[in-house]
Write a protein that binds this ligand. Sequence first.
Ligand code: SF4
Length: 65
Amino acid sequence: MQVKIVAERCQGHGMCNMVCPSVFKYDDDGFGYVVPGLEQVPANLADDVSLAEIQCPERAIVIES
Ligand code: SF4
């Protein structure tokens, strides 16, 4: 599983960080980003990343299998 955040869609709601703080952090402006090195999601975090994708109000989280 690969994950990315489409920066143009992200509005900084923060759901992703609440659901999966290991993978999703905030930059200095409050927008989400994927922690470098975790774009290829470890198997033990896949469920949380999938939930974050569902929860993101802007559909900014994109998962590619
Ligand atoms: S939940 Fe979506 S809109 Fe909110 S910070 Fe994360 S990626 Fe951005």
